[in-house]
Design a protein. Sequence first.
Length: 368
Amino acid sequence: MMKMKCSRRDLVEAVSLVEKAVPVATPINVLEGIFIEAKENAFKLVGNNMNLGIECYIPAEVEEKGLAMVKASLFSQAVKKLPDTDEDVFMEIDEKDNLKIECGYAKFNFTTSSAEEFPQLPLVLDGKSFEIKESLVKNMIKQTVYAVSTREEKPVLTGVLFDVEEKEINVVGCDGFRVAIRKEEIENNETLKFILPGKNAKELLGIMGESNELIKISVNENNVKFTLDKCILVSRIIDGEYLNYKSVANHKNTLEFIVERRKILNSIDRAATIVNEASKSHVLLDIDETSVSIDCESVMGKVKDKFSIDMQGEPMQIAFNPKYLIEAFKNAEDEKIKLSFSTPVTPAIIRPVDGDKYVYIILPVRIK
């Protein structure tokens, strides 16, 4: 039994959030559902695929408390198809466990299941935790998750590393061919590390906003909890030892130049026009004192381009997978960036002109 009413907009937003944790296909029927509970002045919704769980609370006028499990796809469609109105949504579960949803003249009625077997989110105590601005952690994930691996051979590389030390946090993505590092100073006295699965990191990106309010991140042996203003996200942690990312590019650079980020991005993007996954073609950078010449050739054709620079060091020819360069340039956030090189076979480094709040390291392609 349950009887309550709530805002349609609040309900639509909450359902849109929790359904991110509902698996598209699973042999475990209970995971296809959304847990709902009318509590004192609140309506609770939970989605959980055992790898990622999301819990939302929205304000509600509760006349009769109760809980149930509803088919996620059916409940989501019904809620999202309610009339676009400021009227409240009325929900009631009767003695036969049927859920009635009403808003304006629209009425839905369908069955529910017992909530007893639904897996609640793992308990993550706040013993190991820190706080960080929501917009900041969103930005740090966005600028690194693109570099995580999609191959399961090395599970640790399919996730984003959070490396938290006193007063500093590093967020890192790596697929074996490139490393993306994002660093910030924070008010923190904890030391902790965890690897957030890349898929869950992307779901978190879709949930977080641009607020400068602090969110809490709590960690235990198996899970991490992100406590946001509008919901709680709990993710499993990938077990394993991450690579020593701080030593990846410990070599002396023999060539550096500063360039407008948009200029080099557009140039590499033009060259990549004739490159696809099947061709495995590379883009060649011929760097001299005053310019960078871009040369790309594949079975589809040839592309040449050139732009001016002020280079320091020795001229060099070096080749890259253009996708890796393009994604790094897109995720750098400054108008001008610094590129550093050591040899044609050692990683190139992309960073801000001043400081190192982001560092992108890319392995070159060996050319004959």
